[in-house]
Design a protein around this ligand. Structure first.
Ligand code: B12
Length: 227
């Protein structure tokens, strides 16, 4: 079934608006409608639900929304995600890979919506993802990397106050395994931070995070072949 451009736009707007309006019941209805009418689950998540959360972020900065509203918006987003997540297909993300990946939000930070979207992309692409959750003690990243022999560790943070923790976690990981690839991301992270902290890369959103992860792991394979 092919959606008309108007219907596509209408459903994406409903997904967006139901997150912004904290409407857990309607977001589930909109997500089911998206699936029933043939919209890809991946598109519905990224261009509907996640776009809604970006608007919520703006409303928070404009002091129209406060913490209680944001939490309700996040609940609505997760309600929609529960419906859509099982329907994302590997073809939707365009690439496939395998291997272990560690992901988590650094100590002191509980913002995990972005991290969870990145995790979904990794899982759909075929990676085995070890999700350490949020507010993760800095040593835990290196421990988990050793336990799972993961080739990639992904660190997330949304706050400037937890940036030194990212740097420290990278130092601890590198000490145990100098070759592991480290990707960092979240709003305060830039290419400058990547270089400054000695990480291997970053990406501004979940979709490009997957492409970047595959590129990094590809570099590792090339190194192994040439060694
Ligand atoms: C939602 C939210 C919350 C929720 C978090 C709920 C949850 N479970 O995550 C709650 C209400 C709990 C919260 C609490 C707080 N928050 Co808050 N919060 C936000 C808000 C509004 C949106 C963040 C969000 O979810 N965005 C949507 C997602 C989809 O986008 P994203 O997180 O950026 O993720 C994408 C990319 O960054 C990237 N990405 C993310 N991680 C990774 C990792 C890798 C490896 C890669 C490659 C990419 C990547 O891909 C993601 C998906 O596309 C932002 C404002 C904003 N405009 O962003 C403030 C914000 C992050 N919060 C902020 C603050 C200060 C706080 C509080 C201290 C309370 C307060 N005084 O307001 C507490 C902190 C508690 C703590 N210790 O962590 C500040 C941080 C300021 C700063 N510079 O340090 C912000 C920027 C608001 C502001 N302007 O003041 N918050």
């Amino acid at each position: 079934m092919t959606l008309s451009a108007e219907r596509d736009e209408e459903i994406l707007k409903r997904l967006h608006d139901t997150v912004v309006n904290m409407d857990e019941v309607s977001v589930v209805a909109a997500a089911n409608e998206a699936l029933a009418e043939g919209m890809g689950a991946y598109r519905a998540i990224m261009h509907g639900l996640a776009a809604g959360m970006t608007t919520v972020g703006r409303l928070f900065e404009e002091e129209e929304y406060f913490v209680p509203e944001i939490l309700l918006c996040a609940e609505a987003l997760y309600a929609g995600l529960n419906v859509l997540r099982p329907h994302i297909r590997r073809e939707d993300v365009g690439v496939s890979s395998k291997g272990n990946v560690i992901i988590g939000v650094v100590q002191g930070d509980v913002h995990d919506i972005g991290k969870n979207l990145v995790k979904i992309m990794f899982e759909v692409a075929g990676f085995t993802v070890y999700d350490l959750g949020r507010d993760v003690p800095l040593e835990r990243f290196a421990e988990a990397q050793t336990e799972t022999n993961a080739k990639l560790v992904a660190l997330s943070t949304m706050m400037t106050t937890t940036m030194p923790g990212v740097k420290r976690a990278i130092e601890i990981i590198r000490k145990r395994d100098p070759h592991v690839k480290i990707m960092i991301g979240g709003a305060p992270i830039s290419q400058y931070t990547v270089e400054e902290f000695g990480a291997d890369g970053t990406a501004p959103n979940a979709t490009s995070a997957l492409g970047e992860a595959i590129r990094m792991i590809g570099t590792l394979r090339t190194l192994a072949v040439n060694a």
